[in-house]
Design a binder for this molecule. Structure first.
Ligand code: NIG
Ligand code: FE
Length: 393
């Protein structure tokens, strides 16, 4: 537990708590509010002027700003080397995205030094923090050898406890035409070596990546080794990703761009979150998923960046909120919930994404009169303050 001086945030114009028992609606909105942070957690939430007396409290007047839980980015790939700007440019000139591009990042990542990989990951995590992300999930997946996946996870672990072994991302070149042999190596060697360093096990279930049986085999080996599943599924076309995620009790299935009525019904009846990644559709110029079908069916929806060099080279949760609203037809309230509490659900965390006493003091302030401005003012840096564990960054 991080300790430090307590801080009273006062003069909050709009406070998003995400706790309907504290404020109005699903976002638990309070106006003219104050928030007391201390010993790494939220100590008290309520109306301005009603705070309990405490000694040695630093008081900060937020002058009518909006305050909300820090963003929870539940899907990123920040450990890589190289650049795929040319691939992006050719997509913008009409080329389709294929999973094959991942291999060029694998080659660059394998050739990079630890220091180079660490510099990129640190730069991206720092960028994310500045735009309000206080919890970030980080995947491996650009090594695809035991040693390279291990070092990616070690580097990721310096930034977050939410580390993911993306063991089955793409068949690496040395296993060309022998995907089953690669899967065997993943199960027999990579998973046992990497499991102590990863909380999550992930697979890319897609034509051109791994099929349903291969994904099931990797996920069940991961579970046996103590990791919890999450799935990249139904991104490039319809497929079995959603079904496998629900079947294996995955915390989240991510992308879900192409879903059937059965997929949606299965998700609605499960504890698996659907994580939407609008940066990927933006950067691949693909059709955005229909978030209304998911939300109106009662599926829990998260929004994340998918930060990676191929399909979504952004760390900006505010951009993803704006895209989720404008392009995926989420309401601003839904998008803000999904980028905070939704991400927490996708990481099975009940101590973040909500501002209630006892939760982590991961808090951001916006230079704006409401959270709606995150979508209403796209591309504008509105995040004025970030606290992680109660400490101002
Ligand atoms: O989440 N879908 C698979 N993985 C990444 C893309 C990786 C890449 O193209 O490098 C994604 O979009
Ligand atoms: Fe991804």
């Amino acid at each position: 537990m991080t300790s430090g001086p307590w801080t009273l945030l006062d003069g909050i114009g709009v406070l998003v708590t995400n706790d309907p028992d504290i404020g109005v609606g699903r976002l638990g909105l309070l106006r003219d509010a104050a928030l007391l942070l201390g010993d790494g957690v939220v100590q008290w939430v309520g109306s301005s002027g009603r705070e309990p007396h405490a000694d040695n409290v630093f008081r900060l007047d937020l002058d009518g700003r909006t305050v909300l839980p820090g963003f929870v980015d539940s899907h990123t790939h920040p450990v890589f080397a190289g650049d795929r700007a040319e691939e992006f440019a050719s997509r913008m000139a009409g080329q389709p995205y294929t999973a094959g591009g991942i291999r060029s990042t694998i080659a660059a990542t394998r050739a990079a030094t630890d220091a180079e990989l660490n510099a990129t990951a640190t730069r991206l995590v720092t960028e994310a923090r500045r735009s309000g992300t206080t919890t970030i999930e980080c995947k491996s997946g650009y090594g695809q050898t035991v040693a390279d996946e291990l070092r990616s996870l070690r580097l990721a672990a310096a930034h977050t406890p939410e580390t993911t072994l993306l063991a089955a991302h793409v068949t690496p070149p040395e296993f060309d035409g022998r995907t089953d042999d690669y899967v065997r190596m993943v199960i027999e060697e990579m998973i046992p070596a990497c499991a102590p360093h990863a909380k999550w096990i992930d697979v890319f279930c897609e034509r051109g990546a791994f099929d349903a049986d291969q994904c099931r085999a990797v996920l069940s080996a991961g579970v046996a080794a103590g990791m919890v599943p999450r799935v990249h599924g139904n991104q490039l076309g319809p497929g079995e990703g959603v079904r496998i995620a629900v079947e294996t009790g995955a915390a989240s299935v991510d992308h879900v761009t192409h879903t059937s009525a059965d997929d949606i019904a299965a998700l609605a009846d499960s504890t698996t979150v659907a994580t939407l990644l609008p940066g990927a559709e933006f950067s691949t110029r693909e059709t955005y998923p229909n978030s209304r079908r998911l939300l109106d069916s009662g599926v829990t929806v998260a929004v994340a960046t998918d930060c990676n060099p191929g399909t979504s080279y952004t760390t900006s949760m505010p951009l993803c909120i704006a895209l989720a609203v404008r392009e995926m037809h989420m309401s601003p309230d839904e998008a803000v919930w999904s980028a905070t509490a939704g991400g927490a659900h996708a990481l099975r965390r009940n101590d973040i994404g909500v501002l209630r006493p006892g939760c982590r003091a991961d808090v951001i302030a916006l230079d704006a009169p409401s959270h709606v401005h995150l979508a209403y003012r796209p591309g504008v840096h509105l995040v004025s303050h970030v606290w992680k564990d109660g400490i101002r960054l």
